[in-house]
Structure formats: structure tokens, C-alpha cells
Design a protein around this ligand. Sequence first.
Ligand code: HAM
Length: 435
Amino acid sequence: MATFQSLPGFREFYPEDFSRRKHIFDLWRRTAHVFGFAEYDAPVLEPLELYKAKSGDEIEGQLFSFTDKGGREVALRPEMTPTVCRLVGAKANALKRPIKWFSIAEFYRYERMQKGRDRAFRQLNVDIFGEPGPEAEIELIAFLVQSFCAFGLTEQDFYVRLSDRNLWFYYLEALGLDESRVRAMLVAVDKHEKYGDDAFKAYQEQFGALDPDLKAKVLAFLQIKTFAALELTFASLNSDKLTARLVDWKKLLGGLEAMGLTRFIEVDLGVVRGLAYYTGFVFEAFDRKGELRALAGGGRYDDLVEKLGGPALPAVGFAIGDVTTALLLEQRGLAPVFVSAPDVYCVIGGEAGRKAAFADVQTLRAAGRRVDYPMKEVAFGKQFKLAADSGAKLALIYGEDELAKGVVKIRDLSDRTEHEVPRADVQAVVRDFFM
Ligand code: HAM
């Protein structure tokens, strides 16, 4: 008989896996709470049109898309950003600004599978709308850092690479490139880390041989690691745009420094982001050892709300993936150990014992205690082993002797001490034990 397997890249979450995932989501939510972000959700199936040309060629080629029974072209969402732009755009005037929203949701991309890349994965999406200045980036990068620190990770484990598409635009413009050349050069920059010089091929096919001086300048720009080096590079260019942009950089880096986060941040102009809609600062988080694919990515996308039919509304945000986050926690020994133990286990003798126990089981559970008992008749003696194996802290014993005396025996399973309490007092004694 054929065994049915899940589709490649679609994970199944057995309880142990689920508890790990829950741990990640719990800490993401806690971080969102302390940063004052409100949670939202949205449909998993969207009109295909939402992603066409807006997310970029790479994501478009990875869509799980089909025609529904009503003849609509639809796609499983590959990301949240276009959707959240639609949500915010539709109610922009009614929402108090800055709009600080987050969501935890599943996404689908038909990717070539590799470590850290699946076809269904979850992301924490965090976005701020209505704030044009780098104050929003400060808030978001602080959030991004804290979302990893919340698990016990430190600057030894991860870092954030900070870059700026505007800076590239203004710099390449100052070097004499027109807009189409700048865009093609940014595609080359995006690919350079992976492909080296081959990354310039497409540029050369489109615009002819690459001026060696230009190439040298681009490669030198990619090496920049400090704000001071940026200032030095621009000093001779006399570009007002670049000068003004450095003021934004100063504000952003200054804000992060004041928050004590400099140790997590690296200036790295090699990050330009593959998604089509980014317009300004962009950033990505990576593990320090460089063993994993990106942990998170984001940036500013000031035009997208308007392009999707809403008002002009500045926006910036990022998403963290659950797959690489889980791998990093595992590597660092920070994944939680799966524990599924009741607080209380009932040892039950015969029908009368069962009746007596059930009344307490129900009341204890209603009071929030986690209570377990053998569902079927099990020899009385064997139940003590079941109680110990369950990991419970207390055993409540409803044997014939106890019933005859009108008591319940309570055994502390950590030190095996026992005492009897009148049946009417069981609730209070258990409550006090767990206080
Ligand atoms: P992204 O860089 O495409 O950005 O994805 C963000 C993160 O999601 C990645 O760094 C990675 O951890 C995770 N991720 C992406 N694809 C996969 C995959 N196939 N398998 C496992 N994990 C994956 C965005 O999605 C933007 N919409 C983020 C954003 C929010 N920009 C502004 N707001």
C-alpha cells in the first residue's frame, strides 16, 4: 500500500517540534508587546496580481499560483508586505500614527530546497507606517535585535548588516550613471557576494564593457565598514543628496548607539535586497558563524502603499524566518527541552475510587491545574509507576482504604513524602502546594 508523504518543503510538527515553534512564537509576541506593536492577520490566498511586479522577479517565479473555480488567478502568499500595505492603505486615515503592526503567519515559496529554506515557512513581520525619518528604522532595528536577544542569543551569535539603496543611488548618480544603469548595477551588487565578477555579466550585456574605474569604485564601496569611511568616500563628490543622506545615517547610527546596540550592527553596502519595492535603508540579520542563510531581512518601502491603491504613506519593516531561527537556537543549545508533564496524577482503586477521583479531577482542572489519570482500569500497584513516569509533582491516591476513611492520600513525588487529607480539603491543599 502506498504511504502518503507530505510535500517536499512542507514540515510536519510533531508535539516536540510544535513546542519548539511555540517557544519561538511566544518570545516574538512578547517582544512585540514590549515594543508596543499590535497584531493583525490576513488571508493566506491572495489575487496573483498583488505580487506581480511588486515583489520582484525572484518571488514571482516562486509563487504557488493557480486559477480558482471562479476563474480567478490566485496565489498562496509568499510574503506579507503587499498584503499589509493593502490593509493599512484601506484604513490609513482612521489609524493612529505611527502605525506599528506585527503578524506571525505562514508563507509559501516554491524554492530550491536547502538547509534553512523550505517551501512553507513562518515569518514574524514587523512594520511601521507613517514615519518617514530614520526614527522608524531605529525602532525596528532595536526590535530585530531584541527578538534574538530574547532567546538568550548575543552579539557573538548574530549581527545585523545595514545598508542603504538611496546611498547607492546617489553615489552611482554622482559617478555619472543614469537610473537604468544604477538599477542594473544594484542587481550586480546583490549577486556579487555569491558570484564574484560574474555578477557584472548582465550589466555588461545591457550596457557594454564595464569601465574599470567604475568597477573599482563599486568594489571599494562594497568594502566600506564604517560611517567614517562613508564620509571620506563622499568628501570629494560635492553631492548635496549624499551629504543630506549622511545626516540620516548619523541619526540612525546615533540612535542605535544610544540604545547600546552598536555591537550588533555592521555597515555593509553589499546588502541591497532582492525584493523590488525597497527604497531606502535595508538590513539583514545573519548568524555570526556564517553557516546559515539569512535570519531576517527588511527595509524601507515608501512607495508600495500608494502603488497598491492606498495613499502615499512611508513604510519600513522586516521579517524574521522561523526556520533559520530554529536552526540557530538548536546550534547554540537554546532550543527548549520538551516537557509534557501533568501537575497532578490520580491513582485510582476500583469504581468507587474512580467516582471520587473524577469529581476532584474536574474541579482541579477547572481551577487551572493540569491533571491526568489512567483512562482505563489499571492494577492499583502499577499506577504508582505511571504516576512517577508521568513527571507529575503530586499523586492523589483514591484507594479503598482512603475512601473508607473519607480521605485522599497526597504523595509528593519529588521526595515521596505522603499525608492524608480529608476529601473536602483536597482542592485547597493542592492549590496551596502549587502556590
Ligand atoms: P525576505 O528576505 O524574503 O523578506 O524574507 C525574510 C526572512 O524570511 C528571510 O531572512 C528568511 O529567514 C525567511 N525566509 C524567506 N524565504 C524562506 C524560505 N523559503 N524558507 C525558510 N525561510 C524563508 C520578506 O519576506 C519581506 N517581505 C520582509 C519585509 C517585511 N520587508 C518589509 N516588511
